[in-house]
Design a protein around this ligand. Structure first.
Ligand code: ZN
Length: 302
């Protein structure tokens, strides 16, 4: 089975052609100049035509941030590309091939579940740690979407009644502590308070670089990161009792820097933590999880 899998972000449309679980081709194009649904669809069609090669593709899949209806193929709410709201891609692409869609965290989770760190397990949570924090949940061998397709909004688990303000408008969401747009703000504040050596561009990457060089403040900040992450995980573990939690997204590359503090906090807070059959690990596929997941979405027709 040959699938073209799209991963639509706020700035880029990435895609991969994948046949029977092997990636044949990858590419990306900018989403910046696209203004409306018609040009979005025609760009997709051009990519599909150019990428298909001699043997036609069997299905198209897409992961996109926001709220989508996988049953109908409609994009309900796209925070990054609002002009896509209301677009039914299954209808728009029906002359081309079968079309499957889900939000990007679910697609990513399908990839890690079937081809990555979650292989051969039935209860898997894949948490993506990036600019935002998202999750895909596999419960008893099935992707859990919920009654309104909202399941897995792990970033908005509340860990403080009067906490920080989150992009969603609420206070105290775990994303507003460990999201890649938020944690560096805390880091900047910490550097300013503790010493004169200002951390001007305290991105997560910059912090990781400093920590690896032995900067004590950066090492401490990753401990703080691990503790806040653990608070989110405590809620997930108590609610879903997974056998594996896979951490993906860019910040998971710093797993070694925050895992000790994370596990320490989990041991303290999770009921029966040491007796559980539970593994917490870094993802195995990196960014390609989205492409593998797109293949799973189409292959399993989910
Ligand atoms: Zn929130």
């Amino acid at each position: 089975m040959k699938v073209i899998a799209f991963d639509v972000g706020g700035t880029n449309i990435e895609f991969g052609v994948i046949e029977d679980g092997k990636i044949l081709k990858k590419g990306e194009t900018s989403a910046k100049g696209i203004q409306n649904q018609e040009s979005f669809v025609s760009i997709l069609k051009n990519i599909i035509n150019a990428a298909a090669g001699e043997k036609e593709i069997d299905a198209i899949s897409m992961g996109i941030a926001g709220l989508v209806n996988p049953d109908t193929g409609e994009i309900l709410f796209s925070p990054n590309l609002p002009y896509l709201n209301g677009l039914n891609l299954r209808k728009a692409l029906k002359e081309v091939a079968d079309f499957f869609i889900d939000n990007d965290a679910n697609v990513y989770a399908l990839g890690e579940w079937q081809f990555g760190a979650g292989m051969k397990r039935d209860n898997v949570v894949v948490l993506t740690l990036g600019t935002g924090v998202g999750a895909g949940i596999i419960a008893n061998g099935r992707l859990l979407r919920g009654a309104n397709y909202y399941a897995g909004e792990a970033g908005h688990i509340v860990i403080d009644f009067e906490g920080q303000v989150c992009k969603c408008g609420q206070r105290g969401c775990v994303e507003s502590y460990i999201g890649g747009d938020y944690f560096p703000e805390f880091a900047k504040y910490y550097y300013r308070r503790e010493s004169l050596s200002l951390c001007e561009k305290c991105t997560m990457l910059e912090l990781a670089r400093r920590a690896k060089e032995g900067d004590r403040k950066a090492l401490y900040l990753f401990e703080v990161y691990g503790k806040y992450l653990a608070l989110g995980l405590v809620n997930i573990i108590h609610l879903l009792d997974p056998e594996i939690i896979v951490l993906g997204g860019g910040i998971s590359e710093s797993f070694e820097l925050f895992k000790e503090a994370m596990f320490k906090e989990l041991e303290r807070r999770v009921m029966g933590f040491s007796r559980r059959n539970l593994k917490i690990t870094k993802g195995a596929l990196g960014k390609e999880a989205g492409i593998f997941g797109g293949f799973v979405l189409a292959r399993n027709k989910v």
